[in-house]
Design a protein around this ligand. Structure first.
Ligand SMILES: [Zn+2]
Length: 143
């Protein structure tokens, strides 16, 4: 990685270090510890970072609610655990994310994930997705 500060060199004027802005590439002069050119680039850089973060979060929310819809569609009128073909779930647009992790079920010892009012787990060997309604604390009936 390029070290932009390596270009800093003392010049004979007040506030007098020469920098190259890593954001816009402009040469500017300023205090030794400056990185971005004064005011604009620093602000732009931080704004873009915030915008990228907002985009990422809204994508996550969209994915979450699409996932929830999928679970609801297949599980809403069923009280036992239902089994879906794993590739069917993927083809339907379900996105498997680690952040939905709920933890190991104390009865079956399997890793379950929670979205909204549903929980699911993946059986990689049988290529199945198991879905059931979420039950708070040890209420799992494991049917
Ligand atoms: Zn700049």
């Amino acid at each position: 990685m390029e070290n932009y500060n390596a270009s800093n060199s003392y010049v004979d004027r007040p506030n007098a270090y020469r920098h190259i802005c890593p954001y816009c590439g402009n040469v500017f002069y300023g205090r030794k510890n400056r990185i971005y050119c004064p005011i604009n680039c620093k602000k732009d850089f931080n704004n873009n970072k915030a915008a990228r973060k907002r985009e990422r979060i809204s994508e996550d929310i969209k994915t979450y609610s699409k996932n929830e819809e999928f679970l609801h569609e297949h599980c809403k009128n069923v009280d036992s655990t239902i089994k879906l073909d794993l590739s069917f779930a993927r083809m339907s647009g379900f996105v498997f994310f680690d952040m939905y992790k709920l933890g190991k079920d104390e009865y079956d010892g399997k890793e379950w994930y929670k979205i909204g009012n549903y929980e699911y787990r993946v059986d990689e060997i049988l290529r199945l997705m198991l879905i059931r309604k979420y039950k708070k604390a040890n209420g799992h009936d494991n049917t």
